[in-house]
Write a protein that binds this ligand. Sequence first.
Ligand code: PLP
Length: 384
Amino acid sequence: MENLLNKDVRGIEISGIRKFYNMVLKYDNVISLTIGQPDFNTPNHIKESTIKAVEENKTTYTHNAGIIELRRAISNFVQNKYNLYYNPENEIIVTCGASEGIFIALKTILNIGDEVLIPAPCYPGYEPVVKLCGAKVKYIDTSNTNFKLTKKLLEENISYASKCIIIPYPCNPTGQCLNIYELKEIADFIRDKDIFILSDEIYSELVYNDRHHSIASLHNLKDKTVIINGLSKSHSMTGFRIGYTLAPYYITKHMIKVHQYLATCATSISQYAALEALTNGIDDSINMKNEYKKRRDYVYERLIKMGFDVVKPNGAFYMFPSIKKYAQNSFDFAINLLEKERVAIVPGDAFSKFGEGYIRISFAYSMEELKTALDRIEKFIDTL
Ligand SMILES: Cc1ncc(COP(=O)(O)O)c(C=O)c1O
């Protein structure tokens, strides 16, 4: 009977990050730098407001788009931080994590056979959703442009089949960001094209030497952009499953239907936690960011000293060094490192074929863990 199941679902696989993470669980004494999970606890005031929401029986369905107080808080937050204006009444949907936001956006935009442009290496959560929508991915290889999408790369890859482009900055797995000039160049090129933009800004609060800019704030691109964001990374709230979409009304009014039939609404008590985060915890991410920055500098310097070729990330909490000179593919490198030195990292091919020849190291771990892991990595590469 299995062959009778939906072919698109049979055709996708669980993400390479999770596959590797599950393998790692079989080994003892492993330091795992695999998962994109902040190692900070959710701030106390947010936890307390969650408990209060339960005690006050705020445990019912909410408006499909989320409680209006939270949508207003999101609207203020993105206006103050990123100069974006979205009407809380009809341009914002609170979703079950950014993941659901990606799903409802792509489902709303794509028809069968459409093409989605994705700069790669990239987060493995996009391609399967595109495929579930019956559409196709065209990857844009950014490995020769410091992992940045450029106008030239866009010119070379865009075609009449391109229905949507994903702008994934700050980027998982490379940590790269586009500065305002780079973003403007892309915005300028896209503005008169009939193409939607899905801007995944989930790491927007974790930009180190600049501030985050959204493509939707440039050249009236708001009109064709769906922004994906959420509290998973900014407030260390991955398990609360709260994300949100920001999009013009003519898109939101269709996305809300997909969201309604998929989830009805995001979890009520998590919405109250998110409300606390985006009112009294607006700058909660600053301390975490300062800590990540120290770790980034430490990991980067260690890797450079070991002779790795690595781009210094300006956002998120990942480092993506090349392992090309060690003459083994990224999966073998990761397995050998795991078996010999008990350090787990993610093979680059989990981030599309353009990630082959690299490994992803997450530095969302304590300094002690990072130090031990890097000592072990150093010992391992000395044997190669
Ligand atoms: C680039 C990117 N987008 C989206 C997500 C999904 O976020 P959430 O946990 O809020 O669904 C992640 C999670 O790692 C991510 O790295």
